[in-house]
Design a binder for this molecule. Structure first.
Ligand code: ZN
Length: 206
């Protein structure tokens, strides 16, 4: 199947699939913190830490978890970006195009209804996608955001300090860092941010 379209003189893949950012034009050394699989019960505490450290981040939410008590207004008001991470978190590469479209459309509609503004970013669950996923995202004008630095936070409940070293030892200018709205991630987040700042990094969203 041909890709839906190209954007300008760049290929669709380059335009819509992002696994690392480029802040070199701005002359800045920066990274992007991304948090998947919320909004979780820890979201308020994540916002407290980010606010304390004056850091803006990106959240990829599963729309099935959009409980009305989650502080989504605050998330937007404090300068963070919200993207979609599908409705039910399936492996999209195993679904046909219609089912993929439904997952992404439903989640986009639900997240936009709640936050009251269009979203621009989509992260496929498990980083799994195929050409249908890219075509669907392109048709919806959603950038597909992957990552270049996985923190492995989901495996490190009992060894959270390793989350910090996994990130700090692999991060580069423009890195997109994969984190989750988990308790162990919250626990190390202040230290992680401090160490990245010490390494000269600032924090940006896409
Ligand atoms: Zn996920």
């Amino acid at each position: 199947m041909p890709l839906a379209r190209a954007v300008g003189d760049r290929s669709l893949r380059e335009h819509y699939l992002i696994s690392k950012a480029d802040f070199s034009l701005e002359g800045e050394k920066a990274v992007v913190l991304t948090f998947d699989d919320g909004p979780s019960k820890y979201i308020g505490s994540f916002l407290d830490v980010l606010n304390e450290e004056q850091v803006h981040a990106m959240f990829f939410w599963q729309s099935r978890l959009l409980h009305h008590k989650r502080p989504w207004k605050r998330t937007i008001a404090e300068g963070h970006m919200i993207g979609t991470h599908t409705h039910r978190h399936p492996n999209l590469a195993r679904l046909n195009a219609d089912k993929q479209r439904k997952e992404i459309e439903t989640s986009r509609r639900e997240v936009e209804r709640i936050i009251g503004q269009p979203i621009q970013h989509f992260r496929p669950p498990f980083g799994q996608y195929n050409v249908d996923t890219l075509n669907i995202a392109a048709a919806m004008q959603l950038d597909v955001v992957l990552w270049d630095v996985p923190s492995y936070d989901w495996e490190l409940k009992k060894d959270p300090d390793k989350i910090i070293s996994n990130v700090v030892e692999n991060v580069e200018n423009g890195s997109i860092i994969l984190l989750h709205e988990l308790e162990q991630t919250l626990y190390v987040l202040p230290q992680l941010i401090k160490e990245l700042k010490r390494g000269g990094f600032s924090f940006r969203t896409l």
